[in-house]
Design a protein around this ligand. Structure first.
Ligand code: ATP
Ligand code: MG
Length: 467
């Protein structure tokens, strides 16, 4: 592995997950990091949001490395939402990786490998590269058709100019194809990367602004470049260590980045990459950008994962770790010990803890309001009041789920906007936890594996921070 391959990652777009938190567009803080009551899709929970904002500020200033934050609170109090808000407020260049504790227990790789990959997804590398480019206005593209069809490939000439010079370049088949693909014609200002041969259309020259026929409505006009045709240009690539790992691991290849089917990556590959990156850093070619690794449902990790975390956080390139849990004092997986949040004391000691509080009625109303907008469901005021009531009595999540269901009920009766009848209909159709539990209690004997006392065989739920 003499040269690390980077170019392939250039065009990768990151795919964002949407769904339950798609209405969250940030943390909704003002310049002084105070949380606005309702902003960027966020409602209330001001103390936790402010705390998250302070962490974010520290990340941006590059002040903390290897620190970690625990979001702790009852189910449905916005822990995951706050982490999403943090992700949205990070710049595009700061990586944010997210994994749920349970995802680590897949069959394809060991848990520590999965954790390692998650860590490396959260570590960015900014690589500066000097490339030689040719930049100029196209004077003429001339392509010679081969005399006999099917004979040797096409050849041609490309004339480029700047305000000071003009040069004719010979074209090979590959360049001709590239020019055709970009629909380059005279009057375009283009840049050609000398190493890769990649052609970029920068716009149309101002001098051609009167050629209406060659213009679309979005045509961008640029000046004809000045100076030499050949220039050196600095380009910056932002990739994550994980992306470099995958591209350079011989067994995988970069397609694995799309399928996510990366398998285990050998330790030697990582070592080589780390050495290379360290070299680049020394030469001033690369910078490390520690991002954020968010592990949701952290109580699902077991003791091995926790000790991996302890150690990984001490690495100098470590990202900021944000973990979330809704568990109280419970069993640490893989041991017979109990501890707060199911997290061993030595790790707990390294965490800054942010707590989330249950929502008040008007906050629930506002969140439901935002969700109605997000799901594009029109709801009458009365129905909203009923939904809010349901949210208070049962849970915010349950109420949120009823929005879509009620919208369907409304459609069914060919109504225009969701009314209380729709909400109450789906309320009776779908049980919330409490009603379902009551039902189970009274019909226990009819079920398989029933036990006299509920919850005994379900550690998790019994220990959740539910009142
Ligand atoms: N402050 C808030 N502003 C706007 N939406 C919120 C807020 N808090 C929670 N929500 C929304 O309410 C729903 C439940 O919240 P979320 O999933 O964040 O809870 P959680 O604390 O992660 O719960 P759990 O412990 O069960 O994982 C989500 O759809 C979330 O986007
Ligand atoms: Mg959550």
């Amino acid at each position: 592995m003499a040269e690390l391959k980077l170019s392939e990652t250039r065009d990768l777009t990151r795919i964002e997950r949407i769904g339950a938190h798609s209405h969250i567009r940030g943390l909704g803080l003002d310049a002084g990091l105070e949380a606005r009551e309702v902003s960027e899709g966020m409602v209330g929970q001001t103390k936790a949001r402010k705390a998250a904002g302070v962490i974010l500020q520290m990340i941006k200033e590059g002040k903390i490395a290897g620190r970690s934050v625990l979001l702790a609170g009852q189910p449905g109090t916005g822990k995951t939402a706050i982490a999403m808000g943090m992700a949205k407020s990070l710049g595009l260049e700061t990586p944010f990786a997210m994994i749920a504790g349970s995802e680590l227990f897949s069959l394809e790789m060991s848990k520590t490998e999965a954790l390692m990959q998650a860590f490396r997804k959260a570590i960015g590398v900014r690589i500066k590269e000097e490339t030689e480019i040719i930049e100029g206005e196209v004077v003429e593209v001339q392509i010679d058709r081969p005399a006999v069809s099917g004979a040797a490939s096409k050849t041609g000439k490309l004339t480029l100019k700047t305000t000071e010079m003009e040069t004719v370049y010979d074209l090979g088949a590959k360049m001709i194809e590239a020019l055709g693909k970009e629909k380059v014609q005279s009057g375009d200002v283009i840049a050609i990367d000398k190493a890769s041969g990649k052609i970029t259309k920068l716009g149309r020259s101002f001098s051609r602004s009167r050629d209406y026929d060659a213009m679309g409505p979005q045509t961008k006009f640029v000046q004809c470049p000045d100076g030499e045709l050949q220039k050196r240009k600095e380009v910056v690539h932002c990739v994550t260590l994980h992306e470099i790992d995958v591209i350079n691991s011989r067994t995988q290849g970069f397609l694995a980045l799309f399928t996510g089917d990366t398998g285990e990556i050998r330790a030697e590959v990582r070592e080589q990459i780390d050495t290379k990156v360290a070299e680049w850093r020394e030469e001033g070619k690369a910078e490390i950008v520690p991002g954020v690794l968010f592990i949701d449902e952290v109580h699902m990790l077991d003791i091995e994962c926790f000790s991996f975390l302890n150690r990984a956080l001490e690495n100098e390139m470590a990202p900021i770790l944000v973990v979330a849990t809704n568990r109280g004092i419970t069993n640490i997986r893989g041991t017979s010990d109990r501890s707060p949040h199911g997290i061993p004391i030595d790790l707990l000691d390294r965490l800054l803890i942010i707590t989330t509080q249950p929502y008040k009625e008007d906050e629930i109303k506002r969140i439901l309001d935002i969700r109605c907008q997000e799901e594009d469901v029109e709801v009458s005021d009365d129905a909203k009041l009923l939904l809010t009531r349901i949210g208070v009595e049962t849970s915010l999540r349950y109420a949120i789920h009823l929005i879509t269901a009620a919208a369907l009920a409304c459609q069914k009766r060919k109504g225009k906007i969701v009314e209380t009848v729709d909400v109450s209909k789906v309320y009776h159709l779908f049980l919330d936890v409490r009603r379902s539990t009551q039902f189970l209690m009274s019909h226990q004997k009819l079920y398989v594996h029933s036990q006299e006392s509920m919850g005994d065989n379900d550690q998790g739920n019994a220990d959740a921070m539910v009142s």
